[in-house]
Design a binder for this molecule. Sequence first.
Ligand SMILES: Cc1cc2nc3c(=O)[nH]c(=O)nc-3n(C[C@H](O)[C@H](O)[C@H](O)COP(=O)(O)OP(=O)(O)OC[C@H]3O[C@@H](n4cnc5c(N)ncnc54)[C@H](O)[C@@H]3O)c2cc1C
Length: 548
Amino acid sequence: METLRTDVLVIGGGGAGSRAAYEAKRFDAGLRVTLVVEGAYGASGSTTFVGSETLGINAPLGCADPTDSPQVYLADMLDTGLGLASEELCRVIAYEASDRVEELLALGVEFDRKDGRLLQRKLSGCTKARSLSCGGQTGVQIVRALKRANEALGVTVYEHMRAVELIKQEGRVVGAICLREGQTPVAVLGRAVVLACGGAGRLFRGNINPEGIKGDGFAMAYRAGATLTNMEFIQVGPGVVFPPIRFIIHSHMWRFIPRLLNKHGEEFLGRYCPAGVSPADVLDLKAMSYPFSTRTDAKYLDIAIFKELMAGKGTERGGVYLDVTHVPRAELTTKAPITYDTLLKAGVDLASERVEIAPVVQSFNGGVRIDKDARTDVPGLFCAGEVSGGVHGADRPGGNNLIDSQVFGYRAGVSAAKEAIEAPVTWPDRVAEPEYAPCNDSLVRELQDLYYRHLTVVRDEAGLQKVLKRIEDLKERVCTPAGDIRDISLANALAVGEMVARSALLRRESRGTHYREDYPDIEPRFTRNILVKRGEGPEMRVEWANQR
Ligand SMILES: Cc1cc2nc3c(=O)[nH]c(=O)nc-3n(C[C@H](O)[C@H](O)[C@H](O)COP(=O)(O)OP(=O)(O)OC[C@H]3O[C@@H](n4cnc5c(N)ncnc54)[C@H](O)[C@@H]3O)c2cc1C
C-alpha cells in the first residue's frame, strides 16, 4: 500500500481542520503539516455549506452591547447547556473567542458592518448580541481565508481522500488509512493526528448537511478507543424538503406568522399546544430559536410537525406546508432576502406559493471527549469542531459551533504541533492493506429512515429499542468471521446510531434537544454526562460519568 509520512496529519477541511492545520504550521514552519479531505478543499463540510439566511459566529466583542464580556458569555453557555457543557472547555471559548475572531478579520474575513462598525446580533441561548456574520457566506469566508493562508504557509493538501481507520502503534494514534477517490487505500503516517471531520447529519433521512458528513470521525475515534460524550444531543430544526434544496427555515420566517398545513390542508399546530399555550406564543418563541429544544414552548412547533409526519399526514415528499402567501412580496424580500431568493431560484415564489418543510438534522452537540488542549484520551489523537464533545451540553447558544471550530481548531493545531515535536513516536514498519466491500446503500437508506423516525424530535423506549434491535441484526453483516470490517460506511452508520440510541435510552428524562415522550420532564439527578466507549469485547459501553 502507498504510504505517506508527515508530522501533523489533519483529517477534514472545514472550519476546524483548516484552523488546526494553519496553527500547527504557524507554530513551527519546519513541521510537515498535511490535511486530507474527503471532498474538495473549501467546498466540503458544514462550514462552507450555504444552507441558511445567515450563519453566526459568537465572540463577546461588545460592539453592539458594551456590557457583554467573557464572564457573561460563559454564563450563557453553561445555562444553555443545562448542566452538561464542560465549564473548563466553555471558559476557553469565552476567553479566546474574541482573539480568534480578530485573527479571522486580519486574514480577510469581511464580517457585516454598519457605519464601519462590526454588526453583532443576538442569537438563541445568548443574553447579549454577540454573533458576527457575512450573511449565509460566513463559513465560506472563514474557510476561504484559512485555505489561502495554508497555501501560503505550505500546508500539503490531499483532496478526495477519505480517512476510514486510525492507525495505532504501541497505544498511540500514528496516522490513518485513507481511501483515495473512494477506492485506493493509502496509509498516511503522522506524529500527531487531528480529527476534524465534522458531524453525522447525513445518517438521517431528513438532514440539512452536505454530502460526506456521516459520522466517520465518531466511528474512527471510537474504534481507536476514545471516549465520546453527549451523543444523545443532536440539533434538529425546520428545513425545506420541497423544492428539493437543503435550507433552514430561520427565525425571520416565523416572524411572518406562517400557516402550517398538513396534506389535507388542515392547520394543526393548535392541536399540539397544551392549555395556556397558543400557536401565536409558539411561533413567537420559535422566532427566537431555530433548533428544537425542550427549553422553551417553541418545542411544540417541531413536535407538531414531526407527529403529523409520523401519523402519515405529511406530503408525498415528507413535509408539511408552510404558507406565507399573506405577506407582501416586498416584506419577504426585505426581511428574508436570502431565503426568498434561494427558494425563487429553486422554483418557488414564497409570495404566491407554499413551501414544504420538515424537521431536519443540522449538527451534533456531542462527540469525542476532549480536554482544554483538544487532547482525546488516546495518545496522539486530537479533536476539534463538530466531531469533538464536551463543549456543548444538552443545548448550545446559536453561533457557538463556528467559534468552537476556531477556538479548539487553534488549540488542536498547537497541541498537535507540540506533540509532533516532543512525543516519542514509532511508526509501524508495514500497515496491512484493508479490503473493503462497496457500501450497501439500501441498508444505509433503511438506517437513515429508522434513525430519522426514532432518534430525532420525539424519542421513546419502544422506538429506541427498535433501532438497537435492527443495529444488532445488521452488525454481523459488516464484518468477516474474524471480525474485520468489510463495509466501512455501514459499520460507521451502525456505530453512530448505536451511540445515539444507547445514550438516549439511558437518559430517562427530557433535557435540551433530547425529548423522551415517555419521560417528558427534566430530572435534576440526571445532571450528568453520558460516556460512550468501546468495551473489552465487541460491546459498546454506555454509562454515566461520575462527575457529580
Ligand atoms: C445549514 C447549517 C447552518 C448552520 N448554522 C450555524 C450557525 O449559524 N452558527 C454556528 O455556529 N454553527 C452553525 N452550523 C453548524 C456549523 O456549521 C458546524 O458545526 C461547523 O461548521 C462544523 O465545522 P467542522 O470543521 O467541525 O466540520 P465541517 O465543516 O463539517 O467539516 C468537516 C470536514 O471533514 C471532511 N470529512 C468528513 N469525513 C471525512 C473523512 N472520513 N476523511 C476525510 N475528510 C472527511 C469533510 O469533507 C469536511 O471537509 C450550521 C450548520 C449547518 C449545516
